[in-house]
Design a protein. Structure first.
Length: 353
């Protein structure tokens, strides 16, 4: 015979179990409907990461590191000095180039002075030519007159020869002044050509000095933009070569974005400028806002080192993923704790086709 109290307890347990089962089933049904509705209304992927520009910083000249002014994970501002290379050798080359340039300029000044002197000499020679020409004309007149007088025996042969000699001297003087003028002009032309060559040499040496000035400037490496330093690869006293990487910097000026890899079946109705919700694993429960900045022109696999070739071997169809670049908004203090490489989940509301 059954115990009435036990039967009553069993009924109560059965009733409670039934109610709980109904509640659980209702909850599961509600959750399933909600998931189904969300799947119909939103596109979602957890194949996403935060990205920033991370660039290497390289030296442009070789030398020994004199001083390092940054540490790993240090915030820096655009223009901050990061590293100094011993510049004594480059300063010596700069001073040598500067002295060589000054010497070339001094030589140019000498040539310009020489041209000025030769031009003055040519001017004086022109006056001498006119004087010699006048003397020659007078000597020619005397010669012609004495020639007639000699024919009439009004003068002696000796007197005529003296006049003839004076004419020859006048002709020689006139020719000499002309030759001197021609030589002066030739000298001016020669110096002008030397001046042109000297001017070209000055330009060359100015370029050499400019190059050395640049090289001296390259011994001081500064931050190319505001950001945060990453891994450092050098130590003080180390010899570095031109092009060698000294560290890495995360560019904060360019902002932050998320690259979300959606399945090819999810991106059909996505468009640039569309808003999205972003959840980061590092900040559970916090929603970040973003806007689609661009959609990749090809699937992610096409950018891999060895893209798949479905024309060979056995074909297995795999859903391809399209990288979608989403700009995190706003690019302000709310994103200070967000760093490149963080995993993210991106949710985008579906748009009607």
């Amino acid at each position: 015979m059954s115990n009435p109290k036990q039967n009553k307890a069993d009924k109560i347990v059965t009733r409670i179990t039934s109610v709980l089962s109904i509640i659980i089933l209702a909850g599961l049904g509600f959750w399933g409907i909600r998931v189904w509705l969300n799947a119909k209304a939103y596109e979602e992927t957890n194949d996403a990461q935060v990205e920033e520009y991370i660039n290497p910083i390289a030296v442009k000249v070789s030398g020994y590191i004199q001083e390092i002014r940054f540490e790993e994970n240090q915030d820096v501002q655009r223009g901050d000095t990061l590293l100094i290379i011993d510049n004594s050798e480059y300063l010596s080359q700069q001073e040598e180039a500067s002295a060589s340039l000054q010497n070339a300029k001094a030589q140019l000044n000498v040539l310009e002075s020489g041209i000025h002197t030769q031009e003055k000499t040519a001017t004086v020679t022109v006056a001498q030519i006119e004087a010699a020409k006048a003397k020659l004309w007078k000597a020619q007149q005397e010669f012609d007159r004495y020639k007639k007088l000699l024919a009439s025996e009004a003068v002696t042969q000796q007197q005529f020869e003296n006049i003839s000699t004076a004419l020859d001297v006048a002709k020689a003087d006139y020719q000499a002044t002309q030759d001197a003028y021609t030589a002066s002009l030739a000298k001016v032309t020669d110096i002008a050509m030397q001046k042109q060559a000297a001017s070209s040499e000055i330009k060359r040496k100015e370029a050499v000095l400019h190059l050395h000035n640049i090289q001296v400037g390259y011994t001081v490496i500064t931050a190319p933009y505001t950001g945060k330093m990453g891994r450092r690869t050098v130590q003080e006293g180390q010899l570095v070569s031109a092009g060698q990487t000294i560290g890495f910097i995360v560019n904060h000026e360019a902002g932050k974005w998320v690259v979300a890899n959606f399945k090819e079946t999810q991106v059909r109705n996505m468009y640039v400028g569309e808003e999205s919700d972003i959840e980061l694993d590092a900040y559970p429960g916090k929603i970040f806002k973003g806007k689609i900045e661009s959609l990749s022109g090809a699937t992610g696999s096409k950018f891999s080192l060895l893209p798949p070739d479905n024309a060979t071997g056995n074909f297995v169809k795999i859903a391809q993923r399209i990288p979608v670049r989403i700009r995190l908004m706003p690019a302000t203090d709310s994103l200070q704790g967000v760093t490149a490489g963080m995993s993210a989940t991106v949710i985008i509301k579906k748009q009607k086709a």
